[in-house]
Design a protein around this ligand. Sequence first.
Ligand SMILES: O=C(O)c1cc(=O)[nH]c(=O)n1[C@@H]1O[C@H](COP(=O)(O)O)[C@@H](O)[C@H]1O
Length: 246
Amino acid sequence: MIPAASRVFCSIDTTEIDGARRLAAQVNGVVGGIKLGLEFFSAQGPAGIRAVVGEDGPPLFLDLKLHDIPNTVGAGVRAALPLKPAFMTIHSSGGPAMIRAAADAAASAGAIRPKILAVTVLTSLDDGDLGKVGQSVPVADQVTRLALLARDSGADGVVCSPAEVAILRAACGPDFILMVPGIRPVWAAANDQKRIMTPVQALAAGADHLVIGRPITASDDPAAAARRIAAEIAEGVGTEGVGGAA
Ligand SMILES: O=C(O)c1cc(=O)[nH]c(=O)n1[C@@H]1O[C@H](COP(=O)(O)O)[C@@H](O)[C@H]1O
């Protein structure tokens, strides 16, 4: 079991080192870790990540969403290992050999290996958007196909929207990690997210971890917003939370 509030990874999407450090300090101890991704990494690189996380900082979810030929993705994961991320992302649609290359590269770090999460269908896409990229299937079917592919190719889990959590929990088993963005407390704006749920709804459906960005980081008081979410989770699902994957 994972304590409920520590199931939240706060997504810090900024190009600024000082802003990222400030946000990380504000939410540290309230959430379970922080997510730094393309925006921050493109601007600040590995040195910037180290500056925010430090040696004893919060657990790091390094969200680079790698998608390339297997050799390049494996090398990309290996190059990130010195940052000791707890989680890294690749795109499941890169195919079985690419996913396996990422998993093998992660395994080379031994006990401190990052868990590899495969992005299924982005939470900003709906059925209409999928049709435009030539995938004329319901989102949930495509997400399930990509999740099973990821599991069978060595990934530790997937990134999926809250709408697919219950389906994937049933299809992929209790130990497959479900990292879930598209989370919006009732008091927060949806922004560009299309397939959304509240933190409590997503955890009750079977999510292991929640990715929450703007409802915390765009708030006037990020620490208070993070505490409010933690309190809602404690109230809604209890302090021990639900689910089981690490
Ligand atoms: O891989 C992700 O984390 C991700 C996948 C996805 O399908 N949708 C999605 O929103 N994300 C990330 O989750 C975060 C969500 O941020 P907010 O919409 O501000 O809560 C962003 O950093 C996105 O990059």
